[in-house]
Design a protein around this ligand. Sequence first.
Ligand code: ADP
Length: 629
Amino acid sequence: MKSYLLSFILCLFFFWPQQLRAQGEVKNILYINSYNVGYPWTDEVTEGFKQVIDFNPNINYFAEFMDTKRFSRIVVFPSFYNYLDAKYDSSNFDLIVACDNDAVDFFLAHQDSVLFKNKPLIFCGITNIEEYPFKNIEAYGVVEGRNLQQIFHSMHRLFPQRRNVYAIFNETVSDSIYKSTVSKFMLDYESSDLKTVSSDNSDSIVRLLQSLGEEDIVYLFNRTFEKKGLFKPYRSILNHITPPYHVPVFSDMAINENTNNVLGGERNRGQGHGKLVAKMAIKRINGEEISPQFLYPKGELVYNYHQLRNFDVELSLLPRDAIIVNKPESIFYKFKRLILVNAFFIIACIAIILILIINNRNQKRYRNKLEAARDQALQSESVKTSFIANVSHEIRTPLNAIIGFSDIIKQENTNKEFDEYVNHIFESSQILERLVNDVLDLSLIDANEVKLNYDNIHLPDFMDELVKRNIVQIAHYQKPKLKLKHKLPKSGPENLYVDKFRLNQIIQNLINNAIKYSFTGTITLSYAFHSREEIKKLTELQTYDLKHQQYCLISVRDYGIGIPQELKSFVFERFRRLDQVYMGHHKGVGLGLNISKSLLNIMGGEIWFTSVQSKGSTFSFIIPHLPKP
Ligand code: ADP
């Protein structure tokens, strides 16, 4: 609902003023130009006028062209009025725009006619504004002024040695005005001799120009030098003279044509004049004040590069805001875009390369730092490891003495009072010995310095010995319901080529745990030999990469407390003791299984377990069955 309302308001906002405008009164302008379509100045003025007026939907304009460049005004005036009268019989124009003298003169000649009576006039292209008193007429306009003084001054400045200044006019009204203006201010240039030439004949001008020499300079006033009715472009005059010209030629009108023959001149752009006229017309139609009544737009000083070069003109002598046309494009200017795009691309590439170099350097520096830090860490690690190994080793010697002597005292002692103390010393020193051994192993494993001593062992004997030794151990733990046995295979190999010390350490650790974490049932120690394929079928080992052909599988099974499901993943972690309840009763630091796993990995084996809480656990490991060398 809200959005409908919003759209409605927006529609009102956008369309209402336009509607109002569209519905407002439409005003009509009659635009009369002295010359014909295709004549450059006329086209420029008309274009400028259109550009501004077309923006005003409430203003209509009707453009008409008198064509007085080709047909005499005496012929054109009456017929043109008849034509307008017939065409715009019932039209009531709000304003008349007249461009150039003939159109203005035409308006004035018919100011009391039905079409023009009491109509405001806006004009352009008039130079001799003083001659138009515009009595009883509301007139505004753009004066086609020429700053002749600035161009003559420039001629004198660029060519001071050319004393004879030829100013060539034709017989038009405007030219006669210019002639008197120039004659006045040229009096100030004492070194120059002004020679005014009036001619309606292009051939005579060609002859004159050809006869001029090193002390002469020329200003051509108009662009046509031919009798009325004949349109002879200025260009054709200079085309009759074989280049190179010996005389610099200046001209205002000709410079508009971008001709190569003229050295300089003042350029008045018709478009600008047309726009100014249109703006004045809109103001008048809207009832706004037009001030000033007559505008004098300034022309630009334009110079032809070829001619400047031809006459070795010092470019620094040109006015600061001079425009130089026909200047050959430098290679940079010609391919400016391409060069800029390429330059940008090259700069971007260089920037990227620099960033990469800097980055690489930084990386190198960081890598070196890291390597140094790593070396230092490794060094301190190995120092630490060897320190721990040394210390552990040194502790073991006195510890062994304590264990040995406390054992002797235990056996020899008859005094019951000391029994407890001696036992305590004996047990504590045993725990300490295990701890020292574990720490020593850990440091050897971390330093990758575990040395294996392979030997051939007879497994049934080895197992037998283990069981016997640990039955004594169980008695010591005072667990009368706990039993221990081994289960030997009926057939198959009996010998294993292995590091006996480490194998004993691993199995002893498993038996210790089984004793520690069980109270009843029989702990069973078993072994069997299997091929790699058979081992692979065991679900626990399916993902392992087994490199050897034959393995010996050894298991320790108990019916103890078991391991809760959620703690199973921590069993082999260092210093992890899972069962909080039994932790107090059984000494240990949580290193045994981690060390066993590391040792087995070094030996090419693997360890795993299955366990059910309160039901018991089976810890199994495989060890490669290597052929005896
Ligand atoms: P600890 O010195 O604590 O025995 P281990 O690395 O040998 O260290 O064992 C890690 C933990 O795994 C033990 O603290 C215990 O909680 C659990 N665990 C090991 N073996 C068994 C088992 N047979 N039955 C139940 N829990 C066990």
